[in-house]
Design a protein around this ligand. Structure first.
Ligand code: HEM
Ligand code: HEM
Length: 139
């Protein structure tokens, strides 16, 4: 597989946005992990897990896809980013809410779940409609 240059890849900018959001999530997730380890208080384990896996790992993988392969539709790629980022932010708010026993935590986490699920449905469409590294069309 040949990597595409920014000039031939219409979704390169979305890819960079994914990569940059992912490293911010990594810093937050690692910071929380260090806090949990140092304090011997693992109350926020679920928050740590989802920030690291839904944030750092998943978003970085999406970023690699958009920068290396690219999508046929820039509009779909942008919708994917908005929903995936919304899911991460809502998880980072809702999960601590649940853990701390706040009533608003659950609806926020449910919204996060659906945003994450729909973002993956969009990504499935992106992957199945991608033409590979030689595709230069944008939608
Ligand atoms: C600075 C780095 C990190 C520190 C200090 C750290 C610390 C911790 C701590 C203290 C726990 C709780 C363990 C428990 O309650 O049994 C935990 C759980 C976990 N961490 Fe991290 N973590 C780090 C990085 C990461 C990264 C990068 C990922 C994923 C990409 C990750 C994924 C997980 C998972 C999946 C669990 C749950 C494990 C289980 O339930 O058995 N962690 N981490
Ligand atoms: C629709 C989105 C998701 C929902 C609703 C969801 C929900 C949950 C729930 C309810 C738990 C159990 C928490 C606990 O026992 O404290 C859990 C654990 C976990 N989830 Fe998710 N999750 C989602 C997405 C993901 C994704 C995308 C990943 C990985 C990329 C992931 C990785 C994990 C891991 C590793 C654990 C075990 C954590 C631990 O042992 O503490 N989740 N998730």
């Amino acid at each position: 597989m040949t990597a595409r240059t920014a000039s031939t890849n219409p979704t390169h900018a979305v890819g960079l946005l994914f990569l940059r959001t992912a490293v911010i999530a990594a810093l937050a997730g690692l910071g929380l992990g260090i806090f949990m380890g140092a304090s011997h208080d693992h109350t926020f384990r679920t928050v740590h897990v989802h920030i690291n896996l839904v944030g750092w790992v998943s978003l970085f993988l999406f970023g690699l896809f958009y920068t290396l392969v690219g999508a046929a539709s820039a509009r779909l790629a942008k919708a994917h980013y908005c929903l995936a980022a919304a899911g991460l932010v809502l998880f980072a708010i809702g999960l601590p809410g649940i853990v701390l026993g706040h009533a608003w935590g659950e609806p926020v986490a449910i919204a996060a779940s659906f945003a994450t699920l729909f973002s993956m449905v969009i990504f499935a469409c992106v992957v199945f409609t991608a033409h590979g590294p030689s595709d230069t069309s944008a939608g």
